[in-house]
Design a protein around this ligand. Structure first.
Ligand SMILES: [Zn+2]
Length: 500
């Protein structure tokens, strides 16, 4: 009995010693990332669109996983959540449109091209698509039939603007000087796919955010109203002496989006009040028009990859806290214009000056397995040379990616640096980096699915972010901001920084 007990004690202490020796980076496991990735970007999450219950569902899922990972709540009022109001503006369902005596149902028979206000009672001028120039259109409703056979019927891809919309806006520009009361684009049933593309954005309206509480409210679009009308809803051609009567009004309201905020307290009493921030966004583009029968835009790479990377980093940090604390933020409504990160820098739950580094990731699981990009690494986007050095050293030591910094070039046509959640932090003076594996043909399409993610590469990217943050969390001194940091653009989604 005694001997046995001795052996048990010996075995347990051997396990304890092995655990103490285990590098927490080994807790970042490909199998965990894969499981979480397929859950967060599976069809059940319906694309996690901001301002919908699907983003809420995904956010609750993230918070629950953060709690399981051992992270503490660090959002508002001791919770994992920081809710913020998305302002919405959309055409009201009480709007009415009658054309040639037919009452048209909004969303089904008629679609405004933009969120406009219009009051119209006017005669029509029916023209062939290329013969309106020279007509006297002042105060009249120009009625034009969309002829897809004469247009580029094939769009370049799901991301390109609908050909119907491009065509209608071209007419709008061409007739502006003639001051018609409205433009009606008759859409034949043969152009159903084009109709669907325009229809999908109709109920969304437009989004705004006012983090300072100083902005003016969203206002309807100006310009000559363009209305798409389904030809089959009219039951025949529009007579030359017909009239259109329309009253289009808008609704404004707010709907919450949410940041998920969690932390691992630091182990050093002197440094615990400083934070290394790991940043991602959990939202994507929801359900949109179907391509090849798939209408769920899953956003697996964008950005379930980094959202689940943060969970893995959280498990590693919780197992062995850094000297500094680590903060984890999954930002909501990034796809609607960096709204969660813009909100957080104005309403931080820890002092913004206590965040010593923002390590943001967005799209980390595609393209060449051995190449990755680090944005914010080269001027004019580099706001902390020390932080860049730490990240590059971590890569040399742990992951050995070939680092592509060409997308930091201010001439790069994608302007990639301006398109993720590190930007508001960099603007606010926080040393900031953006880890990414860059664009691909499935970006913002229904084909950004979890089975297309290189999970081994995602695991390496996660380890690179972690190793960078671990170095910052353990260092005696925090990285400093370059006082000469100045971005080449003075206007972006964070606001107007052009000031005199
Ligand atoms: Zn993204």
């Amino acid at each position: 009995m005694r001997t046995r007990l001795f052996i048990v004690v010996l075995t347990l202490s051997a396990i304890a010693a092995a655990q103490a020796a285990q590098d927490p980076i080994d807790r970042i496991r490909e199998a965990d990332l894969k499981r979480d990735l397929f859950a967060l970007s599976g069809d059940a999450m319906r694309g996690r669109e901001a301002g919908t219950i699907d983003e809420m569902t995904a956010s609750a899922w993230v918070a629950e996983r953060a709690r399981e990972a051992g992270l503490q709540p660090a959002g508002d009022n001791g919770t994992y959540f920081q809710f913020f109001p998305l302002e919405r503006l959309r055409v009201s369902s009480s709007s009415t449109v009658t054309l040639a005596g037919k009452d048209l149902k909004l969303g089904r028979d008629v679609l405004p091209d933009a969120t406009v206000v219009a009051s119209i009672d006017a005669p029509v001028t029916v023209v062939e698509s290329d013969t309106f120039e020279g007509s006297d259109l002042k105060g009249r409703v120009l009625v034009v039939r969309y002829a897809p056979a004469q247009q580029a019927t094939q769009d370049a891809g799901p991301r390109t603007a609908a050909a119907l919309r491009t065509w209608a806006r071209g007419i709008q520009r061409a007739v502006t000087a003639s001051a018609p009361a409205a433009i009606v684009a008759i859409v034949p049933d043969a152009a159903r796919e084009q109709w669907d593309r325009v229809a999908i954005s109709f109920p969304r309206g437009s989004y705004g955010l006012d983090p300072d509480g100083t902005g003016s409210p969203l206002t309807p679009a100006r310009g000559i109203p363009v209305l798409y009308v389904r030809e089959s809803a009219l039951g025949g051609a529009v007579a030359a002496d017909a009239r259109m009567v329309a009253s289009i009004v808008t609704d404004t309201f707010t709907y919450p989006s949410v940041n998920i905020v969690a932390r691992v307290p630091g182990r050093d009493a002197a440094l615990r009040n400083e934070y290394v921030l790991f940043s991602a966004h959990q939202d994507h583009d929801g359900e949109r028009f179907a391509v090849d029968g798939d209408k769920i835009w899953n956003g697996a790479d964008d950005n379930a990859t980094t959202a689940v990377a943060l969970l893995a980093i959280g498990r590693a940090m919780a197992a062995q806290p850094g000297r500094r604390s680590t903060l984890f933020i999954w930002h909501g409504a990034e796809e609607r214009g960096l709204m969660g990160s813009r909100w957080y820098v104005k309403h931080p739950t820890v002092p913004l000056t206590s965040i010593v580094a923002c390590l943001n990731g967005d799209m980390m699981g595609r393209n060449d397995p051995d190449t990755a990009a680090l944005l914010g690494a080269v001027g004019p986007h580099r706001n902390s040379p020390e932080l860049v050095q730490i990240a590059l050293a971590a890569n040399q030591k742990v992951t050995k990616f070939t680092v592509d910094s060409s997308w930091d070039d201010p001439q790069h046509r994608e302007g990639w640096y301006y398109r993720s959640d590190h930007l508001p932090y960099a603007r606010a003076g926080v040393p900031a980096l953006f880890f990414t594996t860059l664009l691909h043909t499935d970006y913002h399409t229904p084909f950004d699915n979890p089975d297309r993610i290189d999970v081994a590469k995602l695991t390496k990217m996660t380890k690179w972010m972690y190793a960078t943050g671990r170095t910052v969390a353990e260092a005696d001194k925090a990285p400093v901001v370059d006082p000469a940091f100045k971005l080449e653009r003075c206007r972006d989604s964070t606001g107007d920084h052009c000031g005199g």
